[in-house]
Design a protein around this ligand. Structure first.
Ligand code: ADP
Ligand code: MG
Length: 402
């Protein structure tokens, strides 16, 4: 584990000790993720190619003698007068979720939602399950499109599954996380983030078929090719609660229904002219993004395998253009980041994550990291945008006990 990872795990232990007293039995962690390509394709039953990053959320776990669960996070200690501990009976979770979730502070719905979904999936009697005190510390930037939500879900899921003796594999735990996010938090997200966080491998991406949930590890070979992946976080906060995400999902469903198929996954590029005659112009462009993006994911996987990562730049750039022009989920800050990176010699660049803010990624040669970062900073300053946060990410291992 990296020094940073050890430090964050120590912070989770220290928080556990101050909030709850007794020494935790261990720490578990799960990473955030970057999506290399395949945006908004997940809920269309399509393909995505994310990888887990080195930023992780750690959870320290201490068992309790009763069937209760407490959660606390360093994330909100400073602003919260009572220290931010949220507590519930494990049997009470089934009453809170999903109907009375408003009674639970929003952040706590993630870990408590995972506990609830795990108990339901295991068909366990919540009164017979070991109570737990959980303390979280994280270095995953929140709301930057790097999926801090999947990281907190994944860390909770692996910690509780091991403590409760549940034999669930990575994809099963990913489903638990997704259910927590959809039903306990109330965010209608797909399965990509959780799968990346649970299944990540060093130096590799996860090629995921979101219909079958079949996942293949695809070597990225960035280091061998002398490449780095730069994240340019615009600082513009996205929110799944706002209308844009739901509107895009609805448009995709309309287009699939017009074509008489279960999802846009079943529409090929050759079918697009027919779709154009069936739906309005905006719905058509939304669908065209999904159909072409699915193809770009397949092309990226093939290109990585046949030619290596230096050859995927054009696919990244085409993906960004499609999100900007057809799906219309980019913002000026993201476009500026991508243009500046490409202008400074990046191999490829695109916005990543759900859009409406968050981060862009740029694939750059090792030597040009500083030049690309400087170009992005200068372009933001020239446009009057708040300075971006820029850092490199390394494809890393998925959720595990530390
Ligand atoms: P993203 O996944 O892109 O970072 P989301 O809106 O999906 O953004 O999830 C962010 C939310 O997840 C936060 O607002 C908070 O409620 C919760 N969260 C994530 N990480 C933590 C953490 N370490 N501690 C407490 N809550 C967290
Ligand atoms: Mg998220």
């Amino acid at each position: 584990m990296t020094t940073t990872g050890t430090r964050t795990a120590d912070a989770a232990r220290a928080l556990s000790a101050t909030a709850y007293g007794p020494q935790p039995v261990g720490t578990w962690s799960a990473p955030g993720r970057v999506n290399l390509i395949g945006e908004h394709t997940d809920y269309n039953d399509g393909f995505v190619l994310p990888f887990a990053i080195q930023h992780r959320t750690h959870v320290a776990l201490a068992p309790r003698q009763d069937a209760r669960i407490r959660v606390v996070s360093r994330f909100l200690r400073s602003s919260d007068g009572d220290g931010g501990v949220v507590e519930a009976g494990l049997a009470e979770l089934a009453e809170l979720f999903p109907g009375r979730r408003d009674e639970v502070p929003e952040w706590a719905r993630y870990p408590l939602g995972v506990a609830w979904a795990l108990i339901e999936a295991a068909e366990a009697d919540p009164r017979s399950v070991t109570g737990v005190d959980l303390a979280f510390a994280s270095d995953v930037p929140v709301g930057a499109g790097l999926s801090s939500s999947a990281a907190i879900e994944g860390a909770t899921a692996v910690a509780l599954a091991e403590t409760w003796g549940l034999d669930l594999d990575g994809p099963a735990l990913a489903q638990i996380g997704r259910r927590a996010e959809n039903e306990a938090v109330g965010a209608p997200t797909g399965i990509m983030d959780q799968m990346a966080s649970l299944l990540g491998r060093p130096d590799a991406a996860i090629f995921l078929d979101c219909r079958s949930l079949e996942a293949e590890v695809v070597d990225l070979g960035f280091a061998d090719a002398g490449l780095e992946l730069l994240v340019i976080d615009t600082g513009v906060k996205h929110s799944h609660a706002t209308g844009g995400y739901g509107e895009r999902r609805a448009a995709c469903e309309r287009a699939a229904a017009a074509m008489g198929v279960p999802a846009l996954r079943d529409v090929a590029a050759a079918d697009l002219p027919r779709l154009a005659g069936l739906v309005d112009e905006v719905t058509f462009r939304r669908a065209r993004h999904i159909v072409t993006e699915n193809q770009r994911v397949l092309d990226t996987v093939r290109t990585l395998r046949e030619q290596g990562p230096t050859a995927i730049g054009d696919l990244l750039v085409a993906s960004h253009a499609s999100m900007r022009d057809d799906f219309e989920i980019s913002v000026p800050e993201l476009d500026t980041a991508v243009e500046a990176a490409l202008g400074a010699g990046a191999v490829g660049a695109r916005m990543t994550g759900g859009g409406f803010g968050g981060a862009a990624i740029a694939l750059v040669s090792h030597d040009s990291v500083e030049r690309v970062a400087a170009a992005a900073r200068a372009a933001f300053e020239a446009s009057g945008f708040t300075a971006p946060t820029i850092f490199t990410v390394t494809p890393s291992a998925g959720a595990a006990r530390d």
